[in-house]
Design a protein around this ligand. Structure first.
Ligand code: ACM
Ligand code: ZN
Length: 751
């Protein structure tokens, strides 16, 4: 079919899906200036793409051709043509990332004074193409002049708590770049894993990249230097700068597990499997620490062309420095008042080292404690007081606090992200915008480079991470690119354009989340007939839950349900949400056990704390995991437990059991004593067994205690009672004394 004929036919059938019009243009982030034109440009296999001769421009042209082909199926060639697409370097387009895009029925021109601007122009052009594969597609006529409000538009991924393969990272770079995010902050090291190969210190990855989970499995992974180079170059091609973060002097237990000489105690350590802040940190009083860190940086810096390097610096408990002879000696030698001074000494020394290598240091806002030099860039996460301090100190700042993507979708909604003003001029959910801070922030606005949205991975993994990233990142990208519009009209307009993005995200197999609610929340209840009901509160109507009862990981072929399923048999229940064929999470697991207490009336002398599972979790026939947050553990704060169950008739009993948890870091201790009793009338009790769990309350290792009474021959009773008393006194060295401790109990099992 000739081009002319195709034009006529398509012109007659205005409803064909490939026909885009300027009225339907839905670009995110919205360009600063957009003027719809008349008609459309027809793109087909005759279209040519011309570009300046330099390597980067030609690379951008090749990227555009590949993108057109992937999206429409049309293979356009390189070359100049009167009616083609032209990429032009034009010094008249001012601004580091600025571009102009002109689409007319005759030609398409993308112009910019820099390759950065040229690439963003190409990304905007991609957003004007229809999704459909066709021999010819139209691009609506439009004139765009565009530039971002903020230069720093970043997303951070924590690959330490959970590991993400290179393929996952590259997929995210494709998506981030599509929405003009220009910075990927790669949080490469933390307590729970060291993820970057360092050739001089092979144990960082052979030891530090792996942890033994509570169930005995090994978890981990790391990136080789070749993989790091690959990702950095993949990002460069997409206009994204990769900033490495090597955490110091805290959040370093994985490194210390590999090289214990880094710590004050020099004692062996294991890579932790729990989250939180650990006191085991790099020893500032040992020169060997600096030799090590400088050697590490010497290998890291050549991998990352970025001018900036992130050294963490957050959440550094000073206890070990306080107790360490060499740290104390250094403190006195330097005439420092306290350990905060040591933190400042540490940070400034690393900063000088980096400056010597031509790099600018970034750190979390704690680097200001004790006074970091004003050349450092401060990543603000704790609130607008910290932003004010950083700005008054003369530092440049990146705002991260309002955009923590590990926050629940219900709390940090797409709309909250959209409406947050990073200059703090308007109060938002996450910035209190105290008047005195708002004034300072407004005065120093030029020092705010932009913002970053961090995804911490304690509860994120390669399956659920995209639901935390998207669509919130689209609102974030628009917020920073536009820099001003946060009102109702702007939100309504953004929300309309957002809907048009979902088919694209679907086409790219992105497991994006709902805009303002959880993907799914599971709850399980015991029913009176000895079975269970699993309930799913779904964030999407088209979400389907697949489950297994044999402990295997559910697939899209496993039995499924939408809202509720009744289960008649005990077993290991695993459930996974799916949507549009995509798996949305790791399995949620419930261990279902048959026993006589399930669903029977339970009375308690003292109810558990409303913060954790309700008392009914004790007799729901579902066992808790090692995680006290899993909705199965009931917790008592500074109270003993006294629980009785009415079996509703005289019953033959072979055994009674109950589980307790110890997690000293969270002030959860096992009971000092546990009693099992029975009764026929609920008034007069016979004690069957008094037991004391063998526990070391000082141990930091999370532990489960399973206490059992086994009858030598079955006994008969209607009521069963379990009492657990907490420690009357704790060892003198127990952190912060004996007040405010917890008992955590799960399932009372009667067989
Ligand atoms: C942080 O969230 N610890 C920077
Ligand atoms: Zn020390």
């Amino acid at each position: 079919m000739s081009k002319m004929l195709a034009r006529c036919l398509l012109g007659l059938s205005a409803l064909l899906p490939v026909l885009a019009t300027a009225a339907g243009v839905a670009i995110i982030p919205q360009p600063q200036h957009l003027q719809p034109g008349q008609g459309s440009y027809w793109l087909d296999a005759h279209t040519r793409v011309a570009a300046p001769k330099d390597a980067r421009s030609r690379e951008i042209a090749a990227f555009l051709r590949a993108a057109i082909r992937a999206q429409t199926g049309i293979a356009v060639q390189e070359g100049a043509a009167a009616h083609g697409i032209e990429l032009k370097l034009d010094p008249a387009v001012q601004g580091d990332e600025a571009y102009r895009l002109a689409v007319t029925p005759k030609r398409i021109t993308v112009s910019a004074s820099t390759d950065k601007g040229l690439f963003w122009g190409v990304q905007t052009l991609r957003q004007l193409l229809p999704l459909e594969h066709a021999a010819q597609v139209t691009v609506p006529a439009v004139t765009i002049e565009d530039a971002p409000a903020y230069a720093w538009r970043g997303v951070m991924l924590d690959v330490a708590r959970h590991f993400y393969p290179v393929s996952f990272i590259e997929k995210q770079l494709d998506l981030l770049s599509y929405y003009k995010i220009n910075t990927f902050h790669w949080h490469l090291t933390d307590d729970q894993g060291w993820r970057i190969q360092i050739k001089r210190y092979p144990k960082l990855t052979s030891v530090g990249a792996w942890r033994t989970e509570t169930d005995g499995t090994r978890y981990g992974g790391f990136y080789t230097q070749a993989q790091i180079r690959e990702v950095v170059d993949y990002a460069r091609q997409r206009n994204i700068t990769v900033i490495p973060e090597i955490e110091m002097p805290g959040h370093s237990v994985a490194a210390i597990a590999a090289y214990p000489e880094l710590s004050c105690s020099k004692q062996p350590a294991t890579v932790p499997t729990t989250w939180g802040v650990f006191k085991n940190i790099d020893c500032v009083g040992d020169e060997g620490t600096f030799t090590f860190l400088q050697n590490v940086l010497d290998e890291v810096l050549p991998l990352f062309p970025s001018k900036y390097v992130h050294i963490g610096g957050d959440e550094v408990p000073k206890d070990d420095w306080h107790d360490c002879a060499s740290c104390q000696e250094l403190m006195h030698k330097l005439g420092l008042k306290d350990e905060e001074g040591l933190q400042s000494y540490f940070i400034q020394r690393i900063q000088k080292y980096l400056e010597g290598k031509g790099k600018t240091m970034i750190g979390w806002d704690e680097i200001l404690e004790g006074g970091a030099s004003r050349n450092a860039v401060v990543e603000v996460w704790r609130g607008d007081d910290e932003a004010r301090k950083a700005l008054e100190n003369g530092n440049r700042a990146i705002v991260a606090g309002p955009f923590y993507l590990d926050s629940p979708l219900l709390k940090l909604t797409v709309q909250n992200v959209f409406r947050t003003d990073i200059t703090g001029a308007a109060p938002t959910l996450y910035t209190e915008a105290r008047p005195q801070n708002a004034a300072v922030i407004a005065t120093h606005r030029a020092q705010i480079l932009g913002a970053e949205a961090p995804l911490w991975s304690e509860r994120a993994n390669p399956y659920n991470a995209e639901s935390k990233l998207y669509p919130r990142v689209l609102a974030f990208a628009e917020n920073l690119w536009r820099g001003n519009a946060h009102d109702d009209a702007a939100w309504a307009d953004f929300h309309r354009r957002l809907q048009a993005q979902y088919p694209r995200l679907d086409a790219w197999h992105v497991a994006y989340g709902p805009e303002d609610r959880a993907v799914v929340q599971y709850a399980i209840t015991a029913d009176a007939k000895g079975g269970w009901q699993l309930h799913a509160q779904r964030g999407f109507d088209d979400l389907v839950n697949h489950y297994t009862l044999d402990g295997s990981t559910p697939t899209a072929k496993s039995p499924s349900f939408t809202d509720t399923v009744t289960l008649h048999h005990a077993g290991t229940l695993q459930v996974v949400p799916f949507r549009k064929g995509l798996r949305y999470d790791n399995p949620t697991s419930f261990t279902l056990v048959d026993n006589l207490a399930t669903g029977k009336p339970l009375s308690l002398a003292q109810p558990p704390s409303p913060k954790y599972a309700p008392a009914s979790a004790l007799t729901d026939g579902v066992l808790g995991s090692g995680d006290f947050h899993d909705g199965q553990w009931s917790g008592w704060n500074d109270h003993d437990i006294d629980a009785s169950i009415d079996l509703q008739k005289s019953t033959a009993i072979h055994s009674i059991a109950v589980d307790f948890l110890q997690d000293t870091g969270s002030r959860i201790l096992p009971p000092q004593q546990v009693n099992f009793q029975v009764s026929d009338d609920g008034q007069h009790w016979t004690t069957l067994q008094t037991g004391q769990p063998k526990a070391d309350v000082m141990s930091a290792r999370p532990t489960e205690f399973h206490l059992v009474f086994k009858a030598s021959k079955p006994l008969s009773a209607r009521y069963v009672r379990v009492t657990a008393t907490r420690y009357a006194t704790l060892p003198a060295g127990f952190p912060d004394g004996a007040a405010n401790t917890w008992l955590f109990a799960d399932e009372i099992l009667v067989k």
